[in-house]
Design a protein around this ligand. Structure first.
Ligand code: GLN
Length: 447
């Protein structure tokens, strides 16, 4: 009831949600209250109200991906993460806003409305999981799920001053996550602290036969990793991540956080990830190529809305012209261009090769360090409307987050300071594949 009261109070201004399921939430909460009265409450998350990004399929609850093309889509099944979450009796508050099909970094690309940053409502909350991050930051949810293809959990966490974790590719099943770029997408938690993030990761992780890329690796107890101990931990500082366009206040806050680690006994080592400067170009070929392919299914027949036309081709053209937003269309065009005969070798294939070089950079670096630290984003949250008209500028903002999606590595963003304008700044901690435990331990120690 407290959380619903908070939603009542601030949702009109913030706009974190696309769909609210208040009545179900109250019923779920009442059921948990009864369990507690019987002395049966045992597990984490039982009764705790949370929110789900609206590109994760929820059985019987509308799932729009913030797109007009899925305006009335009600999934007949739950994503695997939803099955796992529901098994521990949470209270589900609703579905949160995002950039259409998770394409963007500010939540301004939603076909429905913008979401505002709770710390300053003139600013963006980041994206694409901006609704989830804003809901947690504003107390309109205790926890949330987001998805991260190139930073969409970590960057909004950084902009909203909460914790956001992108697991290793394959750690969490993608079954029921509406695909943006399948080789990069991962679901992960947004939470108020590292302990909640670890608890959520315990619940959603694990092999799933419904996702062919799901990892068969054993899932450790991530909460057991939460020890305040970084003595002797080797922290790599990649010089390429402290780029020219970086806001000096961000750099200062991140460097101060790293000094804190040094004072706690960690060893700081300068490292180089030489192919970092190619990461944006590589990502913005691979992600749109996969998106163009994945979004072929919205043809007015199999899924979603239909706009009629005089024949089949005109119907499909009308549907896609009217129901997709500008950014989605831009990516479909870039992706199909990069995949087309004659350009495939020059762009898509080249990007795949550079992706391997970026992966090799990390493999080499992790021979000498346990974790890598850097900013989550080059700037704090910026004013709504200030960047959206310049897509290239927007893409360049992803420099610190996309490289690890290309390499499949886990990363966490935790708050590490505030700008002079009072906006949160995030520290990003990158780990080896399947080593979420070490980044959680490092994050927990700082927190
Ligand atoms: N900003 C990046 C993009 O627009 C990342 C989005 C994401 O992680 N879903 O593709």
């Amino acid at each position: 009831k407290d959380v619903l009261a908070r939603i009542e109070e601030v949702e009109g201004t913030i706009g974190a949600y696309l769909t609210l399921t208040k009545e179900t939430a109250l019923k779920e909460a009442a059921a948990v209250d009864e369990k507690i009265a019987r002395g049966e409450r045992t597990t984490f998350l039982e009764g705790l109200p949370g929110a789900i990004k609206d590109n994760i399929c929820t059985c019987g609850v509308r799932t729009t991906c913030a797109s007009k093309i899925l305006e009335h889509f009600v999934p007949p099944y739950d994503a695997t993460v939803m099955k796992k979450i529901k098994a521990v009796s949470p209270v589900l508050l609703g579905k949160t806003n995002l950039d259409e099909f998770a394409m963007g970094g500010s939540t301004e690309n939603s076909a429905y409305h913008v979401t505002r940053n709770p710390w300053n409502t003139d600013c963006v909350p980041g994206g694409s999981s901006g609704g989830s991050a804003a809901a947690v930051a504003a107390g309109m949810a205790i926890w949330a799920l987001g998805s991260d293809t190139g930073g969409s959990i970590r960057q909004p966490a950084s902009f909203c001053g909460v914790v956001g974790l992108k697991p290793t590719y394959g750690r969490v099943s993608r079954y029921g996550l509406v695909a943006y770029a399948s080789s990069l997408d991962q679901i992960g938690p947004l939470a108020r602290d590292v302990t909640d993030a670890a608890n959520l990761l315990n619940i959603i992780s694990g092999h799933d036969e419904m996702d062919a890329t799901s990892s068969a690796a054993k899932v450790p107890d991530f909460t057991a990793a939460l020890r305040e101990d970084v003595k002797g931990m080797k922290i790599g500082l990649p010089k390429e991540y402290f780029t020219e366009g970086m806001d000096p206040e961000v750099e200062k806050a991140v460097r101060e956080a790293i000094e804190t680690y040094r004072s706690l006994g960690a060893e700081i080592i300068e490292i180089s990830l030489p192919h970092t400067s190619y990461a944006i170009s590589t990502y913005y070929l691979i992600a749109p190529a996969e998106a163009a392919t994945n979004l072929q299914r919205y043809d007015g027949v199999s899924y979603g809305e239909r706009v009629d036309g005089s024949d089949l081709v005109e119907m499909m053209t009308n549907t896609r012209t009217e129901k997709f937003g500008e950014e989605v269309k831009r990516r479909i065009m870039i992706g199909n261009y990069a995949l087309s005969a004659g350009y495939y070798d020059a762009y898509y294939l080249k990007a795949l090769k550079v992706r391997t070089l970026i992966q090799q950079d990390y493999t080499a670096a992790f021979e000498n360090v346990d974790v890598i630290m850097c900013p989550t984003a080059p700037t704090p949250a910026y004013p709504i409307g200030s960047m959206i008209s310049d897509p290239l500028q927007m893409y360049l903002q992803d420099i610190c987050t996309v490289p690890l999606n290309l390499a499949g590595l886990p990363g966490i963003s935790i708050p590490c300071g505030t700008s002079s304008k009072g906006m949160p700044i995030g520290l990003q901690i990158i780990g080896k594949a399947l080593d979420e435990e070490t980044i959680l331990r490092a994050a927990y120690t700082y927190e």
